[in-house]
Ligand binder design. Sequence first.
Ligand code: COA
Ligand code: AMP
Length: 638
Amino acid sequence: MTTYDQAFLQAASDPEAFWQSAASTIDWSKAPERTFEIGPDGLATWFGGGELNTCHLALDRHIELGRGEQVALVYDSPATGVVQRWTYRELLEEVSKLAGLLVAEGVTEGDRVIIYLPMVPEAAFAMLACARIGAIHSVVFGGFAAKELATRIDDATPKVLLTATCGIEFEQVIPYLPLVDEACNLASHVLSRRIVLQRAQCVTALKDEDLDWQQGLKTAPSVPCVPVPAEHPLYILYTSGTTGKPKGVVRDHGGHAVALLQSMSNFYGVQPGEVFWAASDVGWVVGHSYIVYAPLMAGCTTILFEGKPVRTPDAGTFWRVIEDHAVNVFFTAPTAFRAIRKEDPSGAMLENYDITSLRQVFVAGERTDPSTYEWLTDLLGLPVIDHWWQTETGWPVAGVPQGFADEIRIKPGAAGRILPGFEVLIVDEANQICEPGETGAVVLKLPLPPGCLPTVWRNHHRLVEAYLEEYPGYYHTGDGGYIDEEGYLFIMGRTDDVINVAGHRLSTGEMEAIVADHPAVAECAVIGIEDRDKGQIPIGLLVLKDGVTQTITQIQADLVLSLRTDIGAFANFKRVLQVERLPKTRSGKILRKTLRQIADNHTIDVPATIDDPAILDEIREKLVAASIGEVGRPSHGG
Ligand code: COA
Ligand code: AMP
């Protein structure tokens, strides 16, 4: 039997053989001619010469294998009270018809389709329908405001946009069409069609040029899969970076299929026929990889959950879903368990449910704090497995691979061991590899394995600039951390201006641009500070212009509204603090990292280039007085 070390070494020393073997489990329309080819920037193109279709792997293939009557998708919606199931055969019918509707609307191979939908099954149908005809989908998280949607419309230049009349957040119905109208007005690119799903909670008269989803389906033909080259884009998923403009992470059909399929058995330890539930949103990478594509390609039953861990209707919802659908493996963000723990500290709700089907819980998206880990482990008595990855990688980089669970233990605080196929290193500013235990930048050795981003949509230079230039030979993840003597990776947080708010990745640079636009603001810094519920939350530090008559309370109210309107409520921007000046280097660069360290009450690395160190004490006093951040908590004298 192969050990973890053997598998890791085999993948590192002979990636050709390792990935060729993984690729052999895929039902290619045309077998690849090459496993990979390395380009001038050090990235690989995977499975050149091969042809396949991801929708075929997710649906048609299972019917050929006799899995047609198995439940493929469960839609469980405490938001609407609906629970619905589709077998693989039924799901194929839904998807083939929707693909036919897209074709009837003129969508062909390579065209982009934006999917701006809440957590309804049609979101999964739409992704698979695009995949079926070789169209490239770009799902935009339903919580994003009109301006964010407009940015994505202009970058992806889609032919069609698929949306619904509303989303539902707790008991609140959120109409989508006003947001979509505004986004279309803001965008320069013109869509040729908007297809709208009428939801019973918000039936709306549609514009003449819009197409009613259900009406359109009535006359749509079912269409077969279009085989596409392995490197053909399957989707674009926009993610926040350091700059205000989101990056369009591209995923290919071939590398993605191979990487995801092997991850289901090798990493999550899930077999065909089992029930896999990722409680996330289709708008995020977790939703793409582990609500839709991987569980279906692996022949599992997947659950699409339209609800929250709490108040839909209570903190027992997750346990209810696990019992009702006999979930075997569950995956969510730690913030969801913090929300449950807050409402049900003793976990009493669990006593009402039988969750004996459950084997493991996987958590990712942000750091799992030890207290949440202990609470959950004690409550469930099951392995709680942290694992680390990002939109760009598409699948886990580190964790406890279930294929080697008897060799690799769960080490609280660690994201686990490196998965075979990846090579993770910690490097210092001089690009030297750090000693075990020494903290540095977390980088991935090039070439990246299949499934990772081959490019940024229509801007390959941006990929090179953002990820490859700083540490030559490596992909820079943007995270800091260390690897201990036993080879366990510890992720300590982002080293750039990306923050993680309740498992949502956001750019403080983007928020700062909105704050800076306020007429009263002379200068500002938006930083992410630690928060016990959400992991991190943003706050704005403002230097006001001379002669401003508005109070800081009024300015805060304006900015909270602007951030909600321009990005979305999920950014959780709620507080600002007025300061006299901001700490800067002598060349005028704002010291955001130092500000974060002060707010989080961490040891401060005062940069040698700081202009005036006295400002740091001023800021600390202000944060304490306003009870902001860890430094402002009562135990620190605030
Ligand atoms: N559409 C519209 N509004 C949304 C939204 C959506 N899809 N998602 C969140 N919001 C709104 C909320 O309604 C709330 O609005 P309010 O300020 O008016 O009350 C605000 O954004 C803040 O949302 P959030 O921070 O998400 O808090 P919440 O109480 O709604 O939910 C969690 C808490 C933990 C359930 C939620 O944050 C969550 O599921 N996070 C995990 C994210 C994830 O899956 N990440 C991927 C890694 S696994
Ligand atoms: P996203 O691209 O939205 O999935 O966010 C990826 C980022 O979330 C990573 O770069 C990390 O900063 C953070 N992240 C994801 N998983 C973990 C984890 N298990 N531990 C710590 N941070 C994580």
